[in-house]
Design a protein around this ligand. Structure first.
Ligand SMILES: *Cc1c(COP(=O)(O)O)cnc(C)c1O
Length: 299
């Protein structure tokens, strides 16, 4: 597979912050947001082996599913443009007119969009629905919603090997849990992974992460945990408090955090540190899983 220029391994940076010093915590940032402007972060890692599998299967088309603001749909469109696949995005709900910026990006990168009403969308992997999609679009390689499957877990596990500095805990944001499942799978003895759910009621995520690990590894590991207390109202929801944290972080460190996932993780890390949840001397790697694609409320 010919590979466009990707910044790999992604850089690791030390973050100097007096609030973390006070808590005795050392924080490194794994800058996966810098891997590629159109195909950043965990989305590249999750797609890598799926793209390879699609190519091996001789597929010329990728089809995937997502909400209208999905970073994953956007990433599949970009991957198709970069690696030479046609792409189809099956979007949950009503057709958008005009398109939102995320769907516009997908279309600009050659993706064909189709919409499923919410009820049908829930059954999107049922035979009846996929048969209909095949009738309309022909042969395709199916990338699951959010891009999380066993191949995605394998891709995310590789990130750990890129980190040459010693660390105790690796943190990431959690949507579908594929990234957390992979990170945990890649850890060495004594290390653990902590995922911060950006979804409200993310209790089910632990089952999902374990299931992804069983698919990928044959068994689930016990070195990870999902923190469910930092969702700030739920997926794609925010609060003034989170907004203030993002602004403050930008002012101190010159980095605007993606508020949908990354800011919720970072807020959680600072909050747990302030509460003394990390033993003094803990070395944490926070994965910056993606850039801030937009700074407006997505409602
Ligand atoms: C998609 C995404 C996530 C969530 O990843 P999952 O593997 O679905 O849990 C986290 N951060 C960013 C920036 C994302 O785009």
């Amino acid at each position: 597979m010919s590979v466009p220029a990707l910044l790999l391994p992604s850089p690791v940076e030390v973050l100097d912050d007096e609030r973390l010093d006070a808590a005795g915590v050392r924080l490194l940032l794994k800058r996966d947001d810098l891997i590629h402007p159109d195909l950043p972060g965990n989305k590249w890692r999750k797609l890598k082996y799926n793209l390879e599998a699609a190519r091996t299967a001789g597929a010329s088309k990728l089809l995937t599913f997502g909400g209208a603001y999905s970073n994953h749909v956007r990433a599949v469109a970009a991957a198709g443009a970069l690696f030479g696949f046609e792409t189809i995005g099956v979007i949950r709900g009503e057709a958008y007119d005009p398109l939102n910026p995320s769907l516009q990006f997908a279309v600009d990168h050659g993706m064909r969009l189709t919409y499923l009403d919410r009820q049908t969308y829930r059954r999107k992997t049922d035979r009846e629905v996929t048969d209909r999609l095949h009738a309309e679009f022909g042969d395709f390689y199916l990338v699951p919603e959010g891009g999380s499957n066993a191949l995605a877990v394998r891709g995310c596990a590789e990130m750990v090997g890129e980190i040459t500095e010693g660390f105790d805990v690796v943190c990431c944001g959690v949507g579908t849990g594929g990234t957390l499942a992979g990170l945990a799978a890649g850890l060495g003895p004594g290390q653990r992974a902590l995922g911060f759910s950006s979804l409200k009621g993310g209790g089910f995520l632990s089952d999902d992460v374990a299931a992804l690990q069983r698919d990928a590894l044959g068994e689930a590991t016990v070195n990870w945990q999902v923190e469910t207390g930092y969702h700030f109202g739920g997926y794609a929801k925010s609060t003034p408090e989170l907004g203030a944290f993002v602004d403050d972080f930008l002012g101190r460190h010159g980095l605007r955090l993606d508020w949908v996932y990354v800011a919720k993780m970072m807020y959680g890390i600072y909050d747990l540190a302030a509460k003394g949840e990390f033993p003094v001397g803990t070395r944490i790697v926070a994965v910056i899983t993606g850039p801030d694609f937009d700074t407006q409320a997505r409602s």
